[in-house]
Ligand binder design. Structure first.
Ligand code: CA
Length: 243
């Protein structure tokens, strides 16, 4: 049994899938919008996410990338296309598996089972205390709000404030800042940032630099006189609270 976050805007499909997945013993929560899904993942981290790519508010692949900026939760994507380019794009964006529409609830349940087996920790988790009632093990939660000095990163709201002042960040700048805040005081290598934030090993190194310098500007600092964002030459990047 697992907790599943089902992201699907079509109420008929959503209802049918909830029924099938519940029959397979899963606890299903659902979201109809990409934005809602991101909020849900931080507020109530599921064991697995089923993500329909055709959502009304955000591009499904963007939702997948944003999700990857904040969580390692396994994601099974539901796509309408089955060509090589699409599958490569989805896997690069961080999907763990995919189903092609139209698919049966049975197939989806089997994919979820396979993904959960692959991603389960080697050691079985200790059983929750009797009478706990929740039945699902504590998920590896991402802190909802992170503080580094006067910098506050609010994951559910996808907002960041410095000394109470809202920072106007692009999607990727936010993802990068949130990632660095989650690893505050640690030097994070560019390779890890590319793998965990961009989820694409083939992004140009300068891409990170462009986003870093934008972040620096918005934090009101310079590379030559860093306060929060420190570049450790040849090693990586570190977010720290200024002394
Ligand atoms: Ca849809």
């Amino acid at each position: 049994m697992a907790s599943v976050l089902l992201v699907e805007d079509d109420p008929v499909i959503r209802g049918a899938l909830i029924e099938v997945l519940s029959a397979h013993g899963h606890v299903v929560h659902s979201a109809a919008l990409g934005f809602e899904a991101l909020r849900e993942v931080t507020a109530r981290p599921p064991d697995v996410v089923v993500l329909d790519l055709g959502l009304p508010d955000l591009d499904g692949t963007d939702v997948l990338r944003m999700l990857r900026g904040i969580s390692r939760v396994p994601v099974v994507v539901a796509t309408a296309r089955d060509d090589d380019a699409e599958v490569i794009k989805l896997l690069n964006a961080g999907a763990d598996d995919y189903v092609v529409k139209p698919f049966s609830g049975g197939q989806l349940a089997a994919r979820i089972g396979a993904v959960l087996r692959r991603t389960a920790p080697a050691e079985p988790a200790p059983a929750p205390p009797a009478g706990d009632g929740s039945g699902s093990p504590a998920a590896p939660a991402v802190a909802r709000t992170m503080r580094v000095g006067e910098l506050v990163v609010d994951l559910p709201a996808r907002s960041a404030r410095l000394a109470g002042r809202e920072l106007r960040l692009t999607r990727r700048e936010f993802d990068l800042l949130a990632y660095l805040a989650a690893h505050a005081d640690q030097v994070v290598s560019r390779r890890r940032i590319l793998a965990d934030v961009w989820r694409q090993p083939y992004v140009e190194d300068q891409t990170i630099d462009v986003h870093l310098s934008a972040l620096r500007r918005k934090l009101g600092e310079r590379a030559s006189q860093p306060r929060y964002l420190h570049t450790v030459r040849g090693i990586g990047i570190k977010l720290v609270a200024p002394r």
